[in-house]
Design a protein around this ligand. Structure first.
Ligand code: PGA
Length: 241
């Protein structure tokens, strides 16, 4: 059976104090959450250490939002895998569309980050997805397959999560129809050597559409931005029916 993984991507939101306040509201709502669902909070770097300390022994795992491919060196502003694992981080988002669009990540640097993350014992969440323009031009399939092929060269598929995030659906309230998201997730799976890699959907996932998304056979979880910022909303997502 494939794993179910629900991850919150806080992006550049929440101070340490905000993040601990979130937990006060969130953790009590996990009592009835089915055991096999993996729950991850991907916070800004500044919250990681205190989150992982507070969450030690709980079922909620901590993830970062980026990692550099070198283990140390003259890379001002970057963070290495070892720096993350030292403070209890177990997961890292790699190749989010915002990193690709605003910070110059390419399939090649994404590939380097994935391999470096795995070498340090982190499980990366590789993000792929097409723009509105690519979708309208009928290029969704080739674009996503290329991102998968180029991103995964030499990557261990036994320690990997993939998130399909159509860019036009991120933060727009415009969710991809669940059958369509399922179709692209199936296409991604068809490219993988390990068919058990969890494949998440991301892009305007909210309490009102989560049940429908999770009912799709190829979708194994969600990567959630906006709706992971409020404890009650995110609790509702991890407790989907
Ligand atoms: P959203 O973001 O849920 O706010 O659309 C998803 C993401 O960027 O991972």
């Amino acid at each position: 059976m494939r794993r179910i993984v629900i991850a919150g991507n806080w992006k550049m939101h929440k101070t340490q104090a905000d993040s601990l306040e979130f937990l006060t509201g969130f953790l009590p709502q996990l009592e009835a959450t089915p055991e096999h669902r993996e729950i991850i909070l991907c916070s800004p770097f500044t919250c990681l250490a205190s989150l992982s300390k507070t969450l030690h022994g709980s079922r909620v795992m901590v993830g970062a939002q980026n990692v550099h491919w070198e283990s140390s060196g003259a890379y001002t502003g970057e963070i290495s895998g070892e720096m993350l694992t030292e403070i209890g981080v177990r997961y890292v988002i790699v190749g989010h569309s915002e990193r690709r669009e605003y910070f110059g990540d390419t399939d090649e640097t994404v590939n380097l980050r994935l391999k470096a993350a795995q070498a340090e014992g982190l499980t990366p969440i590789l993000c792929v997805g097409e723009t509105k323009q690519q979708r309208d031009a009928g290029e969704t399939e080739t674009h996503v397959v290329n991102q998968i092929k180029r991103g995964l060269v030499g990557v261990d598929q036994s320690k990997l999560i993939i998130a399909y995030e159509p860019i036009w659906a991120i933060g727009t309230g415009d969710t991809c129809a669940s059958e369509e998201a399922n179709r692209v997730c199936w296409l991604i799976r068809s490219q993988l050597a390990n068919k058990n890699v969890p494949i998440q959907y991301g892009g305007s996932v909210k309490p009102t559409n989560m049940d429908e998304i999770m009912a799709q056979p190829e979708i194994d979880g969600a990567l959630v931005g906006g709706a992971s910022l409020e404890a009650d909303d995110f609790a509702r997502l991890v407790n989907y029916q």
